[in-house]
Design a protein around this ligand. Structure first.
Ligand code: F0G
Length: 458
């Protein structure tokens, strides 16, 4: 008999979580203005708001926390991290930052000016925010297949090279400071980018003299998908796949809160010394001296150790296997999701789930509130609230995909939790026609409204 799969770790520390009554949840979510962000964590039973900074560190990472070197300059923990980035990502230069968006801030301060275009695959919202804040434009060149949640495609994060070349042909070189490949592509559903696509995009960028960077937050999950789905890489180690991926780019911004399994941290890495020197100046200005960059020494050490653990095949198999497990359970209940399931999250297609609710009443947010009421499970809306208003017309932008994201923290929940979450959504799906109305906005911020929006039931 083939032996069943089991996690490649055992649990040494546990943190109690508390179930609540539906009546309590009704009051809490009303007080929160129907915003999941306004809830207190104690009011949540299973928290799938994000996989960012919410992972469980290993005992080796905790050991690094205890032995971290807090020297202001020349910290040993910095050199530990430098060694990992130099040897395992083959990036000669890097500066640490306090998280991913800070890395974007440093890199973009050095490269992007007003009126520029930054092509890529469905840029993450902070990336887009940092581009638009500089009065530049993010151009989405993702393959069209990504917008069809029912279509099975192994690499829905891929860039359409025709779309990309069109941007290069129609605009002067000086207006395109870089191209960004987000691995995996969070916005399109935690979907991977193939090595072939990375290679082709890199070659095209080289042809036009445009630097190419990874938004590398989930690079090792991307490497796992390359190994599993791209035939010629089936026998390669994750470590070698990672090295080859990075060999095609000029640098990367990283949020260490994801695939480095740390609670905080990030970095910018690059090959060009002159660019590194420019970034270094912004690092000192915004983050801190070059050997700590806005982090404690212990955090640098935990990131170094986490980067190594994040590339372990058995870990990745269990991590991505758990995401697929939740996706499979939901499929059994008939719940429509982005297929195939991604690396860090399951994305429920709220447009299909609540097709009888008008988009003007925020389908994905309505589903997020229902899931919380049903079982105290917190997901996050990736839909109209997040897409915000058009900066010129101030009208709502209705994105192609209206999704409820269930992001799974690394090494935190068991599959019993996944069964629980799936059953909650199964119940809601069975009774979906009892949900007759959605929400209207009563208060919102001028940008990034989804964090602080307040809603009212219609
Ligand atoms: N890039 C990607 C692809 C991300 O998913 C994130 C964060 C960032 C950059 C920014 O990194 O949070 O460290 O500043 N994503 C989190 C999420 C917030 O929930 O998906 P950060």
């Amino acid at each position: 008999m083939e032996l069943p799969f089991a996690e490649p770790y055992k649990i040494k520390v546990v943190e109690p979580i508390r179930r609540s009554k539906r009546q309590e949840r009704e009051q809490w979510i009303r007080e929160a203005g129907y915003s999941l962000f306004q809830l207190r964590s104690e009011q949540v039973f299973v928290d799938l708001l994000t996989d960012s900074g919410t992972g469980a560190m290993s005992h080796n990472q905790w050991a690094e926390i205890m032995t971290g070197d807090e020297s202001y300059a020349g910290s040993a923990s910095f050199f530990k991290l430098k060694d990992v980035i130099n040897t395992r990502l083959d990036m000669p230069y890097f500066v640490p930052t306090h998280q991913g968006r800070a890395a974007e801030n440093l890199l973009f301060s050095a490269l992007i000016k007003e009126g520029d275009l930054v092509p890529g695959n469905a840029h993450f919202d902070t990336t887009k925010g940092h581009i638009e804040f500089r009065r530049a434009t993010a151009v989405d060149c993702t393959i069209d297949e990504a917008a069809d949640t029912t279509m099975i495609h192994p690499f829905k994060g891929n860039i359409n090279t025709d779309k990309l070349e069109k941007v290069f042909k129609e605009n002067p070189r000086e207006k395109i400071p870089l191209c960004i490949i987000t691995i995996t592509c969070n916005t399109s559903g935690g979907q991977p980018v193939s090595m072939q696509n990375i290679r082709e995009v890199s070659a095209l960028c080289k042809k036009y003299g445009i630097p190419v960077f990874f938004d590398a937050a989930r690079f090792s999950e991307n490497a796992y998908f390359i190994k599993m789905r791209e035939k010629e890489y089936a026998t390669h180690s994750i470590e070698n796949i990672v090295l080859e991926m990075y060999s095609h780019v000029d640098g990367a911004t990283m949020s260490s809160k994801k695939d480095a399994i740390a609670n905080i941290g990030g970095f910018v890495a690059c090959r060009d010394k002159a660019l590194f020197e420019k970034i270094s100046m912004y690092c000192i200005l915004y983050e801190g001296y070059l050997t700590y960059g806005g982090l404690a020494g212990r955090d640098l050490a935990a990131v170094a150790q986490g980067l190594i653990e994040g590339m372990d095949f058995d870990y990745l198999e269990s991590r991505i296997g758990q995401v697929a497990y939740l996706g499979q359970k939901l499929a059994e209940y008939g719940v429509p999701c982005q297929l195939p399931t991604g690396g860090h999250a399951v994305f429920v297609d709220a447009k299909k789930f609540l097709s009888h609710i008008p988009k003007e009443e925020y389908q994905a947010q309505t589903l997020a509130v229902e899931l919380y009421l049903e079982g105290g499970v917190r997901g996050v809306e990736i839909g109209t609230l997040l897409a915000d208003r058009d900066p010129v017309t101030r009208e709502n932008r209705y994105p192609e995909l209206e999704l409820l994201r269930l992001a799974i923290p690394r090494r935190v929940y068991t599959n019993n939790h996944m069964d629980y979450v799936a059953a909650c959504l199964g119940n809601i799906y069975e009774n979906r026609h009892k949900i007759t109305r959605g929400f209207r906005i009563v208060k919102e911020a001028p940008i990034m409204r989804h964090f602080t929006v307040r809603l009212e039931r219609l």
